[in-house]
Design a protein around this ligand. Structure first.
Ligand code: 9MR
Ligand code: ZN
Length: 551
């Protein structure tokens, strides 16, 4: 069958090449270890590479799982803690092989972080850093202001957002915030990390080098009056060509209050983080954040964003900006300690969801900055925020405990980019423990990684290059146009979507397919198998947490 999205032959549909589902990267020595069988079975064994049985256990019948439609049987071998390489066996049925070791996620952390480098725009990706995935400089022409066509600006740089070549401020701000928070909360995870990017030899940790590349672009997106253009893209999405071949005119689209607030927030956050490494950069960010915050004060009404007539790139529209303003107030308070920001923060706190971690709803990022910063807190609100996170974590915990696969997903979370929800739920577990100084939810955060790397109803590892059966046909323009069969590693697929929204997915996914199975590793399916910076960033956060807490 030919593909409907762009002209190429559709690769053969692949299915999980074994019977028992596991985390294909494996399990850490002292963590919960489970394998799942969607078929009846009484006992299981763990066998080593030479086929010797090293552990035997009883299978538990977990029962019918609504989101996958599977009757689930579980093999729990948590107590088995010998390092090595194994498979799970159940009669003549098998899993793929997996490792037990504490370092199983190290490569995935580096890969998911390096993925941002592969998305760099406006520079050449050189062979020495990009290996075979090199390309010449892209998208470096001046961009025309959409509503004032005689104005043109130089706004090269930053990361391509996703499978498309657009660059969007709100999406980028969320991704950078996840990464910077993970750096602040889990510094050990980044010690000595070498991503082999152009700046790797300098004094700054590579995660900061990579985020700086995006932040320098943000700074160009600020208008003279402090308002921030919502996005810089072409008028229409490019065809499936390499980025340097996309020569269509670039446009700067109208300022929105969301992009201006998210910009103020992320610049203020970054100003704190970069201070010890790069004082002058930190200063620039400080001034930029204040300037955009002043613009917000002068423009108190919501200024949303809709694509103008004729433009079809991402719109990232939102319904209101209270959460964005809350986040900005939190960050400026954290940065300056000034009471006016604190007052604004409290003002918005009652109006918004205080735990959502983006994109779209960003209150949780503001809450986190407020809670972890070194400033005086309003006692009532800080207690409330702790409770908020705990309550959400409790709800997700229940989803996980009632799902045979252990994923903390409500049916409704299987939407476009569901793997972002999986990873944001993991972040919520981690943050809930962190703020409440408990050790309840770590196991649940880890379960979300198990799902992402293969312990799910289709057996996919949803990260390219991680695990034996991992996604490879990602909706990512260069991954097709470079002619290389193997996709760049470290990209998190959007994942199952119970409402497949693109023409190819509508052909491939039969009506009535259960949410966890509504997926195809197919390049045409942008509502299932695209990548974005803000699906990678919560994954990096979660992997950094693992590495930081490794025994
Ligand atoms: O991630 C976005 C998803 O939640 C929406 O349902 C979808 C349709 O509006 O858009 C997604 O965002 C896309 C953005 O607009 C452009 N770059 C690629 C993003 C991922 O598909
Ligand atoms: Zn580009």
């Amino acid at each position: 069958m030919d593909n409907t999205y762009f002209d190429r032959a559709r690769p053969e549909v692949t299915t999980y090449p074994a019977d028992i589902f596991i985390n294909q990267l494996g399990y850490r020595v002292n963590e919960e270890k489970r394998a799942v069988m969607p078929f009846p079975c009484d006992s299981f064994s763990i066998c080593d590479k030479s086929g010797n049985e090293v552990y035997k256990g009883e299978v538990k019948h977990s029962g019918y799982d609504e989101n996958s439609g599977d009757d689930v049987y579980t093999a729990d071998f948590s107590e088995f803690s010998e390092k090595g390489e194994y498979i799970v066996k159940c009669g003549n049925k098998k899993s793929l092989s997996f490792t037990i070791d504490d370092n199983i996620y190290d490569k995935a952390l580096d890969d998911t972080m390096k993925a941002f480098y592969y998305l760099r725009c406006g520079c050449e990706l050189k062979k020495e850093h990009a290996g075979e995935y090199t390309h010449p400089v892209c998208h470096d022409s001046l961009a025309t202001v959409w509503s004032e066509p005689d104005k043109k600006y130089e706004v090269s740089g930053g990361w391509h957002d996703a499978g498309d070549y657009g660059r969007y401020v709100t999406a980028g701000a969320v991704a950078v915030a996840h990464l910077l928070h993970s750096f602040m909360m889990f510094p050990k995870a980044y010690e000595g990390q070498k991503l082999n990017i152009p700046e790797s030899d300098n004094e700054m940790p590579d995660v900061l080098n990579e985020c700086k590349y995006e932040l320098l672009w943000f700074l160009k997106m600020q208008r003279e009056d402090g308002g921030v253009w919502h996005k810089c893209t072409t008028k229409l999405h490019a065809p499936f060509i390499m980025p340097e071949c996309d020569k269509a005119e670039l446009f700067l689209f109208d300022v929105s209050s969301m992009s201006t607030a998210d910009f103020a927030a992320v610049c203020a956050l970054a100003s704190r983080v970069y201070k010890p490494y790069d004082e002058s950069f930190s200063d620039k960010l400080y001034k930029a954040a204040e300037k955009s915050y002043s613009w917000l004060i002068e423009n108190p009404d919501f200024i949303g964003f809709k694509n103008p007539e004729g433009n079809n790139t991402g719109s990232y529209g939102e319904w209101n900006d209270r959460d964005n303003r809350y986040w900005a107030a939190a960050e400026l308070y954290a940065l300056t300690g000034e009471q006016k920001y604190h007052e604004d923060f409290i003002k918005y706190a009652g109006e918004i969801n205080r735990t959502d971690l983006g994109y779209g709803s960003v209150g949780g990022i503001g809450s986190l900055s407020y809670m972890l910063c070194d400033r005086e807190k309003n006692k009532y609100f800080s207690e409330l925020i702790k409770k908020d996170f705990k309550e959400v974590a409790e709800r997700f915990k229940e989803f996980s405990d009632t799902c045979g696969y252990g994923v903390a997903m409500h049916e409704q979370q299987y939407c476009w980019g569901s793997n972002m929800n999986v990873m944001k739920n993991a972040m919520t577990f981690i943050i809930a423990d962190h703020l409440n100084e408990t050790d309840i939810y770590g196991k649940y955060a880890a379960r979300q990684l198990h799902y992402l790397f293969g312990l799910n109803a289709l057996g996919y590892s949803y990260v390219s290059g991680s695990g034996e059966f991992s996604v490879n046909e990602l909706h990512l323009r260069p991954a097709f146009a470079d002619g290389i069969d193997k996709c760049m590693p470290g990209f998190v697929s959007g994942g199952p979507n119970r409402f497949p929204g693109d023409p190819d997915a509508k052909i491939l996914i039969e009506p009535g397919t259960k949410p966890m199975k509504s997926f195809a590793d197919d390049m045409g399916c942008y509502s299932l198998n695209e990548v974005t910076i803000y699906w990678n960033s919560p994954t990096v956060f979660t992997l950094a947490w693992v590495k930081n807490t490794k025994q």
